[in-house]
Design a protein around this ligand. Structure first.
Ligand code: ADP
Ligand code: MG
Length: 140
């Protein structure tokens, strides 16, 4: 059993469309446990720091503006092989290309407003979970 934790973000588009409950339900149905969870609004500095790996991509400024445009829900979620399992059930970055039944296919609007974020590697999951949460906020 390779139990892992990963970071999930319900992005501003899905929050505005009131999909947060459906997304959390979906995660629990797929076997994830919620270890930590909070609703926040990112500052510009925080969003830039979180997405620093994308700083040279053409969509960086737009992405930062989108991510600070409203509340988000950040979560640490845990499951067997959580990192790859979450990437799988999230679906492709572009909801139009995402597989049927994935979160982005069900709840995403377009390549930017794609409902959720999930860490893309075990190493990044560790960095990203500790970006948002300290140990006292993680409850098994
Ligand atoms: P993923 O979230 O699937 O890991 P990336 O790490 O490549 O995708 O991109 C981070 C986020 O940046 C995406 O989830 C999406 O919100 C946004 N994004 C990615 N590509 C584009 C694009 N071509 N145009 C606008 N926004 C984009
Ligand atoms: Mg990514």
């Amino acid at each position: 059993m390779n139990i892992q934790q990963t970071l999930s973000i319900i992005k501003p588009d899905a929050m505005k469309l009131k999909y947060s409950g459906k997304i959390i339900d979906f995660l629990e149905e797929k076997g994830f446990s919620i270890i930590a969870q909070k609703k926040i609004v990112l500052t510009k500095n925080q969003a830039e720091a979180f997405y620093i790996v994308h700083k040279d991509r053409p969509f960086f400024n737009e992405l930062v503006e989108f991510m600070i445009s409203g509340p988000i829900v950040v979560q640490i979620i845990e499951a067997k092989n959580a990192v790859s399992l979450y990437r799988e059930i999230m679906g492709s970055t572009d909801p139009d290309k995402a597989e049927e039944g994935t979160i982005r296919k069900l709840y995403g609007s377009n390549i930017q407003c794609n409902a959720v974020h999930g860490s893309d590697s075990v190493e990044n999951a560790t960095t990203e979970t500790s970006f948002f949460f300290n140990k006292l906020e993680m409850i098994k």
